[in-house]
Design a protein around this ligand. Structure first.
Ligand SMILES: [Zn+2]
Length: 296
């Protein structure tokens, strides 16, 4: 199925003819997002962007068309740790850098001729997740083409990955995607992540492969379908994603920043990834409303 050479799907490495060919095959652009942030003594500092980028690259290979934009390093929040860039505070409602940057990129992708945009954030503070999804909803409305904006782990909730920071999930994903960038022997030097053997014993390349396969398959499936989402279907998609943003911000306003996420594990919302690729937008909308209900 995959005929495009690895080097020919990354925008910055393409020659114009390769770019034209990739767009002809599938006019979808992937935008990986992340930051440089401390991820324990055992993981490379660029984990979030590296992970998102490689997942997008492999999704495009599986799809056999489309283009991957270089990863954006920078976003909302970040730990108070060494070697970490914090562009904007995690708890700021204002957003002066990430949102306009993403919106401008979306306008440009649309102007250049892409028919669908998939933004994958490997960095997932609550506000990063909200800003990315909120921007995707707004840009879908403004541009009239589907824009998807989500952390990658939302496509593997039903595989049991609920997101973490340098924990078993992220460590396993990076270990699988970029084996040379994980040094598990160094976790013992980390007073936090190496305080016990949970991450050391729980992480594996096999687990990373299981999560990655699920995410890549769904990203490829979305990219296959999204260019045809127009009119009613696009509107239904927008409405379901908007319901998620509404529930997330409502929970934050009334209770706390992670309120929406706190209810995901063990709920039917873990079906999000499958429902999305199946086009079950009303089910997603209903689940989002149910999960956000307690906040009134
Ligand atoms: Zn991370």
């Amino acid at each position: 199925m995959t005929t495009v050479h690895r080097d020919e799907i990354q925008w910055e490495r393409m020659l114009p003819a390769e770019f034209r060919a990739a767009m002809d095959k599938k006019p979808v652009i992937f935008l990986p997002l992340g930051t440089v942030e401390w991820h324990g003594e055992h993981n490379a500092l660029g984990l979030d962007s590296l992970k998102a980028h490689e997942l997008c690259v492999q999704a495009v290979h599986r799809l056999g068309g489309g283009v991957v934009h270089p990863p954006v390093y920078g976003g909302m929040g970040g730990l108070d740790k060494p070697a970490t860039v914090i562009m904007e505070g995690e708890h700021a409602w204002e957003n002066h850098l990430l949102r306009p940057w993403l919106e401008t990129l979306c306008y440009e992708f649309h102007r250049i001729g892409f028919k669908a945009i998939i933004m994958v954030t490997g960095h997932y503070g609550h506000n990063q997740q909200i800003v990315v999804r909120e921007t995707a909803v707004r840009m879908s409305e403004r541009l009239g083409i589907p824009v998807f904006g989500s952390p990658e782990y939302w496509l593997a909730l039903d595989e049991g990955y609920l997101g973490d920071h340098a924990g078993i999930g992220e460590t396993s994903l990076l270990w699988h995607l970029h084996p040379e960038l994980v040094r598990m022997d160094r976790i013992k030097d980390d007073p936090d992540y190496g305080a016990d053997d949970v991450i050391k014993d729980g992480s594996s390349q096999a687990l990373g492969m299981r999560y990655a396969d699920c995410i890549i398959e769904r990203l490829a499936s979305l990219a296959e379908q999204m260019p045809s989402w127009q009119e009613e279907r696009l509107y239904r998609y927008i409405r379901s994603e908007r319901a998620i943003v509404a529930a997330q911000t409502r929970g934050w306003r009334h209770i706390g920043p992670w309120e929406f996420w706190r209810h995901i594990g063990g709920s039917a919302f873990v079906q999000y990834g499958q429902l999305l690729v199946d086009g079950e937008f009303e089910a997603i909308e209903q689940l989002a409303r149910t999960l956000g209900r307690e906040e009134g």
